[in-house]
Design a protein around this ligand. Structure first.
Ligand SMILES: Cc1ncc(COP(=O)(O)O)c(C=O)c1O
Length: 394
């Protein structure tokens, strides 16, 4: 049975601004709707489907794991989770990992971890977490409050206390907000939902240096920009700094839910039995799939390819000199096109032409194509966007 848009609306809570096509299946970098219309996908399910759809090795590996062992409680270790932990911490140059199921859950756990580290070492009342204005960290009561956008701080009172917000790229503002009760700062190397806005290298480097001196933990939220998306293992690797805690999700799952809190040696043993947990965390099927992602994407050769493809996209957009485009932002295949018109208008027109794109912040058309996309496929999608923008102009 296939549902149309209005039928689907009757059954699912209306919490998303949904778009018209009901998605039926995917193949490579294409999605198909229930009427078998084909769409080139520049969204990856918001940064998840890094291997595209129906990736042979990923499907084979996860299917095999599904038959072998779909779930075991965290009272036991399982092979896929230990193997993934080892590979992930190796590639990330971190010590240990806690597995969760989503970005918000990973961030929530990272905040708990930072607070416990500080409590153990300095006692109570050093629990404040700084985040950046225009950031996005999730939809739970705590991660909504961690999100530095006023529009998310309504209705759901009381929110978790102990957050303050720093202007991105303003080191003076950071110094002012860095009171004695701060235990950590959480940042996205590239603000995704906020508009695909990369942080300045100088700002990040100085901030990390100050945090190190004051034993304030640096948490990078790599949920959207991590796991190869920017042409590096992590977005923050573009700034040559080290992190105390790194959160991951989205692209690591490639289609299955997984999240992770990567811990440096400083915090690796802070959680003791009973401090944190998650029933589905470290799910063997999700972990087996994530191992394929690491293998396929997170190696030097492939990361370089992603960086080059991103540079190619920027080049063709810039060469087009389209008067509707004010700037192209981002690294690798995390790209924001700052447009003069309403980004949602471009998104709607693109669907009519068989292309799926995202929007971000107030002014950006956001592109997060599968990381396995070819140059030719990228060019085809960009041509559609440029055509739409040219038509708007005339
Ligand atoms: C940077 C960042 N952090 C956290 C989240 C929340 O992730 P999830 O939706 O998996 O809870 C998102 C989701 O868009 C994100 O972009």
């Amino acid at each position: 049975m296939s549902y149309n848009f209005n039928e689907a609306k009757e059954h699912i809570v209306n919490s998303y601004g949904r778009l018209e096509p009901v998605i039926s299946h995917g193949e490579g970098v294409y999605l198909y709707d229930t009427n078998n219309n084909k769409y080139l996908d520049f969204t990856s399910g918001i940064g998840v489907s890094s291997l595209g759809y129906g990736h042979e090795k990923w499907v084979k590996t996860t299917s095999k794991q599904l038959k072998t062992l779909a779930h075991a409680s965290n009272i036991f270790y399982t092979e896929p989770s230990v193997k993934l932990a080892q590979e992930l911490t190796d590639k990330a140059n971190m010590s240990k990992v806690f597995f969760a199921n989503s970005g918000a859950e990973a961030n929530e756990g990272a905040i708990k971890l930072a607070r416990k580290y500080s409590y153990d070492k300095y006692g109570a009342n050093r629990s404040k977490v700084l985040t950046l204005i225009q950031s996005f960290h999730g939809r739970t009561i705590t991660t909504l409050k961690a999100t530095g956008q006023e529009k998310f701080h309504k209705y759901f009172f009381p929110f978790t206390e102990g957050f303050d917000y720093v202007k991105a790229n303003d080191i003076q503002d950071f110094k002012t907000k860095l009171s004695d009760d701060v235990c950590a700062i959480m940042l996205e190397a590239i603000q995704g939902e906020g508009g695909v806005i990369p942080l300045d290298k100088d700002f990040v480097q100085e901030l990390v240096e100050i945090c190190k001196e004051k034993d304030v933990l640096v948490i990078f939220d790599e949920v959207q920009c991590g796991i190869g998306r920017t042409g590096k293992m992590f977005g923050y690797n573009n700034f040559n700094v080290e992190a105390d805690i790194v959160t991951v999700a989205k692209g690591l799952g490639a289609g299955l839910p997984i999240g992770g809190i990567l811990c440096s040696t400083k915090v690796a043993d802070v959680f003791k039995p009973g401090d944190h947990g998650s029933t589905f965390g470290a799910n063997p099927v999700a972990c087996a799939g994530a191992l394929v992602v690491l293998d396929e994407i997170c190696n030097e050769k492939y990361l370089e390819k992603i960086a080059k493809r991103g540079a190619y996209v920027k080049e063709i957009i810039e060469e087009a000199n389209n008067p509707q485009i004010e700037a192209v932002r981002g690294f690798g295949l995390m790209i924001g096109i700052k447009v003069k018109c309403e980004p949602a208008l471009v998104q709607k027109e693109a669907i009519k032409k068989g292309l799926l794109v995202l929007t971000a912040g107030k002014d950006a058309v956001r592109l997060l194509p599968p990381l396995v996309i070819t140059k030719k496929e990228l060019k085809a999608g960009i041509d559609i966007i440029l055509e739409i923008l040219s038509n708007l102009e005339s």
